[in-house]
Design a protein around this ligand. Structure first.
Ligand code: ASP
Length: 440
């Protein structure tokens, strides 16, 4: 058995947290490779080191005096080093960073130093080998497309030679050697890449919550946790706003069928959530999770005999495409078709889109409704359970929520419901109650 363990910023925010992390790693020999984030917030109003680095670099780039800001960052690491009684010094590293900032080495270089330095400190504390991610993780281009083949070859070769190692998260290098980062939260992706290259059995992702919750705790008091979720269910929920793990971190491990276990550094005895390819294990409830977002518009197009007009849907969508707007959902009836779009993308282009639809399909009527919310009810259990949609409807009608739209995915894995923004929280509570609280 072997594992890759990734620790998020809050798990490594100070010396106390480092001690918890080391205890977790030492408690299980199979935790062979460690991927750290940069130090996160120590308390609510604190700054993440990554944000401090971005600010400091912006100052340097604008020609300002950034020395004090850089010293403050060094102070964060020194506090950790002292708290762990380590005998290392980062003075030389900070001299290089200062010089690179003066040379305007780029924002990605700047941000990446957060994980790089934390990796050095953690490796020293654990007595593990430090592997600079720039030497083993490769990008193809400035857009951040990742070079999977080269990375797999180089990284797996490198890991073969070492029993234990620390590989900092969040960055790699471009073909010309410059540093490139993933998008924010990207250490999750590094963890997944290392797990894939090392061919481990489990990718443990340690954070400050005990896994995924069925619904947003800001809406539901004390929601129940999710024990097991499939990659596909997770995709649906993340897309609709559930955040714990970076969305893209699923792909490398998914190819190899390596499960991800989300764990809580501050409560290591909790089993957390298992994210798996497929499972015969029934979910505890018919639904696995509920997530949603506010701020959508619906554009309903009505035309008699629309169904017999070949290419009608495509032409309607091209009116959105012409304006660079992507659509979220498109439920249709016999003589109507509705397109859901993000309100902030749509609002300034509304008249152009409407003109486009008139030109392209000559509709009988177009109706626009704004301030809508979409809610995704996701669960592999829905396929084998009758009456799920019916239960959702009756729960919503009991709570006086007017359902604007319902769209069941063809995989029977999710049901998307459109409601008014104002009904969003009530709707989520009603669905949670019927499937979880009063579940039989
Ligand atoms: N430190 C980076 C961030 O704050 C990456 C990460 O933590 O995963 O986004």
């Amino acid at each position: 058995m072997s594992k890759v363990v990734k620790f998020g910023g809050s798990s490594l925010a100070n010396a106390e947290q480092f001690k918890k992390v080391a205890a977790i790693i030492r408690a299980d020999e199979s935790r062979k490779y460690v991927v750290p984030s940069a130090p996160g917030k120590r308390f609510k109003e604190d700054n993440k080191v990554t944000d401090m680095l971005y600010d400091c670099y912006d100052l340097a780039e604008a020609g300002g005096n950034f020395k004090k800001a850089l010293q403050e960052i060094q102070g964060r690491y020194q506090e950790i080093i002292d708290g762990l009684s380590l005998e290392i010094s980062l003075d030389e590293e900070f001299k290089i960073i200062e010089k690179k900032f003066q040379e305007k080495a780029g924002r990605d270089y700047a941000a990446s130093r957060g994980e790089y330095l934390n990796g050095i400190v953690l490796a020293a504390y654990l007595g593990y080998e430090f592997i600079d991610a720039a030497e083993v993780i490769f990008f193809l281009d400035e857009e951040g497309n990742w070079d999977g083949d080269k990375t797999r070859n180089v990284l797996s070769e490198r890991l073969k030679g070492c029993k234990n190692a620390v590989v900092p998260g969040f960055y790699g290098s471009l073909p010309d050697g410059r540093i490139k980062t993933f998008s924010r939260g990207g250490s999750d992706i590094t963890g997944s890449i290392v797990a894939q290259a090392a061919g481990v059995d489990v990718y443990e992702n340690w954070t400050d919550v005990s896994g995924f919750l069925i619904a947003d705790p800001r809406i539901i008091d004390n929601p129940k946790g999710i024990d097991v979720i499939t990659y596909r269910e997770l995709r649906e929920l993340s897309y609709m706003g559930a955040t714990v793990l970076h969305e893209d971190s699923i792909f490398p491990v998914r190819q190899e069928g390596i499960p991800i276990n989300i764990r809580n550094t501050n409560s290591p005895e909790d089993e957390g959530t298992w994210i798996v390819g497929s499972t015969g294990q029934k979910s505890k409830y018919v639904i696995t999770g509920i997530a949603g977002k506010k701020g959508f518009c619906s554009v309903s197009v009505e035309k008699d005999m629309m169904n017999s007009e070949i290419g009608f849907g495509r032409r309607v969508l091209s009116a959105f495409e012409e304006q660079g707007i992507s659509f979220e959902h498109m439920p249709s009836g016999i003589d109507t078709l509705t397109v859901f779009v993000h309100q902030d993308e749509f609002i300034n282009k509304e008249q152009k889109v409407v003109a486009g639809i008139h030109r392209l399909v000559k509709p009988d009527a177009i109706e626009i409704e704004s301030d809508l919310a979409l809610i995704a009810v996701v669960g592999r259990g829905m396929k084998s359970t009758r009456g799920t949609a019916g239960r959702i409807f009756s729960a919503l009608s009991h709570s006086n929520v007017n359902v604007k739209m319902i769209d069941q995915g063809s995989s029977e894995l999710n049901i998307i419901i459109g409601v008014e923004n104002a009904d969003f929280e009530t709707a989520i509570r009603a669905i949670y109650d019927i499937f979880v609280l009063t579940a039989i």
